[in-house]
Write a protein that binds this ligand. Structure first.
Ligand SMILES: C[S@@+](CC[C@H](N)C(=O)[O-])C[C@H]1O[C@@H](n2cnc3c(N)ncnc32)[C@H](O)[C@@H]1O
Length: 312
């Protein structure tokens, strides 16, 4: 007669362990939910930074080189530099910047990611680099995102935030000689709107209504902090199922043959985060670009972005 031998007490977790684990997990989920309602932008950006793949540094080497080639002529020996949106630093030629600069401030709403970028440097460069945890919208992005929730009216007691553009005061640590705004513009509102489950129509309406003024307010802060600012943004992306009316290769070819203005006119035919375009904000503020360049940002396998750097 077959015998059933119960070895679960020897080989597998006990019921009590499973219950403890599941209670722990529920507590963690409740805590994450609480944080998400308190600081949606920080939680959304930190979770994306934490998911960065191990191969990014190798994959993004050419993008780091392109950024260095563009900003090196604007970076004087001994300059004080701030980099907003430094994140994991995978797209930043941080070692080269820190060698030439006297001080570098990595400013990000997610300081843990920037700490990681700082730790990877050699001792001499690390000594010059400081991490500043700071939301460049000063809570403005969170207020917009929370107001987009259907239950927004009930949340005022929780956030206590007014829904108004942030002040245009300088960045912490200013004045700097050079500020780099690094690919954070499209991340001010979108990730938190997605993570809070705001539906696509409401998301689009919120981005259209608040993206331009928020971008302009942040951009004004960057320009209030240094005489030279390099803005890096991502006008378009391509992946399977997210086709564009124009190919990345054609945009880069137009940039090489006819210049960046012609290439950006081509890119404008595609669907991208136009509401957070720093070049539109520059135009509104009456600031003219001094130089522009474009490169391919190979974000992940099968996902390409167009990156655009503007010196103003
Ligand atoms: C797409 S990443 C830029 C790539 C990054 N330099 C890297 O190499 O990992 C955008 C960065 O902007 C930061 N960010 C988003 N919203 C911000 C805000 N309101 N204030 C400051 N940083 C913000 C994010 O935390 C993230 O690190």
């Amino acid at each position: 007669m077959p015998r059933t031998i119960d070895r679960s007490h020897v080989d597998g977790p006990k019921n009590a362990d499973i219950e403890r684990f599941s209670a722990h997990r529920q507590r963690a989920e409740r805590e994450l939910e609480r944080l998400r309602m308190r600081a949606p932008s920080r939680v959304a950006n930190a979770s994306r930074n934490a998911q960065a793949g191990w191969d990014r540094r190798r994959r993004w080497a050419a993008a780091r080189g392109a950024l260095w080639d563009f900003l090196a002529p604007a970076l004087d020996d001994g300059a004080r530099v701030a980099i907003v949106g430094a994140g994991n630093g995978d797209d930043l030629p941080l070692r080269r910047i820190a060698r030439r600069a006297s001080e570098v401030a990595l400013i990000d709403i997610d300081p843990r990611a920037a700490e990681g970028a700082r730790r990877r440097l050699g001792r001499a460069e690390r000594r010059k680099v400081e991490v500043i945890g700071h939301d460049v919208t000063r809570g403005g992005a969170d207020a917009v995102v929370l107001a987009a929730l259907p239950e927004a009216a009930d949340l005022h007691h929780l956030t206590g935030r007014r829904h108004s553009p942030p002040p245009c005061d300088p960045l912490p640590g200013a004045p700097y000689d050079l500020v780099v705004g690094d690919l954070f513009y499209s991340q001010l509102l979108y990730p938190a709107l997605v993570d809070l489950g705001v539906d696509a129509d409401r998301r689009e309406a919120t981005l259209a209504a608040h993206g331009p003024s928020l971008t302009q307010a942040v951009l004004a802060r960057l320009h209030a902090s240094a005489p030279r600012v390099v803005h890096v943004h991502d006008p378009l992306a391509w992946w399977d199922g997210h086709e564009q009316p124009v190919a990345l290769a054609d945009i880069l070819a137009a940039a090489a043959s006819d210049g960046p203005a012609a290439a950006l006119a081509l890119a404008a035919r595609g669907g991208g985060p136009h509401e957070s375009d720093p070049r539109a904000a520059l135009a509104n503020l009456g600031i003219s670009p001094a130089a522009t360049t474009l490169w391919r940002w190979p974000f992940a396998a099968g996902v390409d972005y167009l990156a655009c750097a503007t010196l103003a």
